[in-house]
Ligand binder design. Sequence first.
Ligand code: DCT
Ligand code: MG
Length: 404
Amino acid sequence: MEAGRPVDSEMKYRLMEQQDQFPALDTSESEVPSFTASKVSQYSCQRKTTLNNFNKKFTDAFEIMAENYEFKENEMFCLEFLRAASVLKCLPFPVVRMKDIQGLPCMGDQVRDIVEEIIEEGESSRAKDVLNDERYKSFKQFTSVFGVGVKTSEKWYRMGLRTLEEVKAEKTLKLSKMQRVGLLYYEDLVSCVSKAEADAVGLIVKNTVRTFLPDALITLTGGFRRGKKIGHDIDFLITNPGPREDDDLLHKVVDLWKKQGLLLYCDIIESTFVKDQLPSRKVDAMDNFQKCFAILKLYQPRVDNRSYNASKEFDMAEVKDWKAIRVDLVICPFEQYAYALLGWTGSRQFGRDLRRFANHEKKMILDNHALYDKRKRIFLKAGSEEEIFAHLGLDYVEPWERNA
Ligand code: DCT
Ligand code: MG
């Protein structure tokens, strides 16, 4: 469980704001690193991207465009906008004129047109059109349900369904168990998870896992490890540094939660890992770890929700004192812990670029299990994330700088 952004980089940014000028211009302040657009790498794993985004109005528009292309399964255009958003997120200044993006990677024509319009008009008409698009609006609603992806959304849309209300009313639909609980706990699950909730769930996870495996190493990964204050779920990586193997750990954990009435849903995926097999070549492939997609019941007394009834007594029956929370538990062998931690810390874009960099620049294959050197035909062992970056010839990037 890491702290957020380091203070020194915050200080530098503040310095820049106070100067009321942009580091793209030559600044004599020795404290402020000078900025050269042509030195910005096309790979986000060679950039530092904190949560301090100076270009949110641009990156929000790009992410809407990317999402719309994802819904259309146009991976190329989707990636083009995700990459552009990621580049602007790492800039230490807000873009105010076209010159500010000159020389930056991933700034294709589509991207430049949108930047230009936002500079001139304050907003992007293309992004606005997407937000008002019927298909986009339906897909956005459908995919907000746990267990519903682009494929299911496409099916529902083709059936003429447009809203979640219509989905719920359509009794002929065959919903998966995941989708049924997704709808059942919909309101809780769409409301974001806070860091405080992540910490509370972290205590539950640690207590339960350590009941069965006292030496277990349990790490909060995903967005919260990158310093995010909110998330859509809570991701944990669990490993056993000791000699004892325990293939049953995950089952024991969820069984105990079931008994305690804390488990609202769980789907355990068994490990499909084959030792000594080459890392997966498929970009963005799921890994082969044993894992569990769960929904936990997190009790949180909400005193302010109590209502008075006619007899002026507290009507406690109506009060829901818990929240449904999405939790991912991933179990990995100790030797693969560093690779699993790097993969599960994300961001997704950072992970994509790490794999792309490894493949294109180093002739290596990286996944959440291992790093394989194709030229030397060997697996490179790593006991820490720092060692993985070193194997790849990359400067180390801290988790809170991986918000690409
Ligand atoms: N990941 C992975 N393999 C998977 C699924 C996810 O390597 N099969 C990585 C990518 C990011 C990280 O794990 C966490 O995934 P999410 O929870 O989807 O993303 P997040 O960054 O934690 O964002 P959010 O705040 O929305 O949960
Ligand atoms: Mg997450």
